[in-house]
Design a protein around this ligand. Structure first.
Ligand code: FAD
Ligand code: SF4
Length: 486
């Protein structure tokens, strides 16, 4: 008799089963929501997806305080996505763990690629994966003759526009399962003291395979053609730009990353999406997403607590609680409000507005990581460590990226429309008009001058630091700002 397949809540799609008829066990555990104050919309999305899945096929849904209580028969389970869950699966008798699914490159292939390298860099892994999986390849050569079209994909937003001219993603429609989820979360909050962050709102992301496929099809035909050029740009009136918004669905396991990649490649081959868009998008999934996943397992468990830049400040309350109204800096206020209202902002606000601010201020990388995990609808433990600890906070001293993503207001000014309407001036680093990002950038460089001295990509900024005649005053100003909202 075939063993029932235990699916974690981020393993909901058909690629986690051997046959469509495979019997399934799902566990809804309240304890998960007691451990962290998650974004209300994230709790909603995960529960909604789990309960929608429970309504399909041969599924046993067990509501239990802990996973262990729910496991009462011999089961199989695909390798889970966190160390804690893997430890639990290993401890439970009668549960057979299968290799991971939901990612493209196999673990042993990643290990063979990574072992013996001094530095692990996305670009090298990405080229390896393109060849290994024959994605966007013309024989042995990359399609179009270039591996990397990033140079075409760094345009600022169009001048004067308040949004990109791209068809918006089709809305998802809530149903009675969502109503029930909302009522339960209200009750948990009221009666069980379970806390959430962020505002509740209509569900914005797919909770079913059908909704996820509809979003994927719409993205590939309507939005992918515009994906490339303004990939790094931000507009205050357009949180979505031409991004796919697929991360919550892929991370819930509703979409197989390979089918997403194939969709994008087919659009390029059919001539309906330009290479820069298709390549840029495929790089995110076949490259970045898999790279981040493998680094979570490849690096030692202690990696999540590394703190090479000795950043020891706690997150201030206004940030931890998404209090955007306390913030005057226009870029940060808008992005924080986006997190509060949607639990999602795109990559550049995460990296260059939120992460950059935390890096400049010396906030604890593990606390920043926990904050991202709790506050984003697509946040999971595996995706935090390398993205937040490594890439955004440079707390590993450069094991996965070649320089810290610290930048002043000039970068934000070039890549967004925020600065025009801001009370601060991106060019000013001292005084009442000083942009907190510009001042914070110099203060960051000054604090870590010795640690960063050997980094050739920072040679020019560090030389610039020495030419600042007002550096002491800038440092004093930043010290006085402390943890106050800018
Ligand atoms: P698109 O721009 O359309 O990209 C397509 C897909 O590529 C995404 O759906 C995602 O699956 C994948 N992807 C791209 N970059 C990454 C990456 N660095 N790591 C993993 N997948 C990637 N992504 C998450 O899925 N969950 C997170 O909690 C998360 N936290 C982040 C925190 C920080 C500080 C940073 C810098 C990045 C984080 N990312 C995270 C990566 C990335 O920002 C999001 O995947 C992306 O913004 C999701 O929006 P999208 O689906 O429209 O992405
Ligand atoms: Fe942000 Fe500085 Fe620009 Fe204001 S001036 S929007 S704080 S970068």
């Amino acid at each position: 008799r075939v063993r029932r397949r235990w699916l974690f809540a981020d393993q909901l799609g058909p690629h986690f089963l051997d046959t469509p008829e495979h019997p399934v066990l799902l566990v809804e555990s309240k304890a998960v929501f007691r451990r962290r104050a998650f974004h209300r919309q994230k709790a909603h999305l995960v529960l909604s997806a789990l309960r929608h899945r429970a309504a399909e096929g041969d599924v046993r849904l067990v509501r239990a305080e802990t996973y262990a209580e729910a496991v009462t028969e011999p089961l199989t389970v695909c390798h889970p996505t966190s160390r804690a869950a893997r430890g639990l699966v290993r401890r439970l008798p009668g549960v057979e763990m299968l290799p991971p699914r939901g990612f493209v490159t196999a673990p042993q292939d990643f290990v063979s690629w990574a072992d013996g390298r001094d530095h692990l860099r996305l670009e090298d892994f990405y080229r390896y994966a393109r060849r290994r999986h024959d994605v966007l390849m013309d024989g042995a050569e990359p399609a179009g003759g270039r591996w990397n079209l990033d140079a075409d994909n760094r345009e600022p937003p169009p001048r004067g526009a308040d949004h990109l001219d791209v068809p918006p993603p089709p809305p998802v429609v809530e149903d009675e399962i969502d109503d029930r989820v909302r009522a339960d979360l209200d009750r948990w909050q009221r009666e069980d003291g379970i806390a959430f962050v962020g505002n509740d709102g209509p569900r914005l992301f797919p909770a079913t395979r059908e909704e996820a496929l509809a979003r994927l099809r719409h993205f590939v035909t309507e939005r992918l053609p515009s994906f490339g050029p303004q990939e790094d740009a931000m507009l205050s009136g357009d949180p979505w730009m031409a991004h796919s918004l697929l991360s919550p669905a892929i991370n819930l396991g509703l979409l197989d990353p390979l089918e997403v990649i194939e969709g994008a490649e087919s659009a390029y081959r059919a001539g309906s999406a330009p290479l820069a868009g298709a390549e840029g998008f495929i790089r995110q999934i076949l490259g970045w997403r898999d790279f981040i996943w493998h680094l979570y397992w490849y690096f030692e468990p202690e990696y999540r607590a590394v703190n090479e830049l000795a950043a020891h400040r706690q997150l201030p309350r206004w940030f931890a609680e998404l209090d955007a109204r306390a913030v005057g800096a226009r870029c940060l206020a808008d992005v924080l409000a986006g997190v509060r209202d949607r639990g999602w902002v795109h990559h550049i606000p995460r990296l260059m507005v939120l992460g950059n601010y935390a890096l400049q201020r010396g906030w604890r990388p593990d606390a920043v990581s926990d904050w991202f995990h709790r506050s984003f609808v697509d946040g999971y433990e595996w995706v935090m460590t390398a993205n937040v600890v490594g890439m955004s906070q440079f707390a590993d001293g450069g094991r996965m990226s070649s320089k810290p993503y610290a930048a002043g207001g000039a970068y934000i000014n070039r890549m967004s429309d925020y600065c025009g309407g801001c009370r601060y001036d991106p060019k000013v680093r001292l005084g009442a008009d000083a942009c907190p990002y510009t001042a914070g950038y110099w203060s960051f460089l000054a604090r870590h001058e010795h640690a960063l001295a050997g980094n050739h990509r920072l040679r020019r900024p560090l030389q610039g630091l020495h030419r600042l005649t007002d550096l002491d005053a800038v440092l004093a100003q930043e010290k006085a700002r402390g943890s106050r909202a800018p």
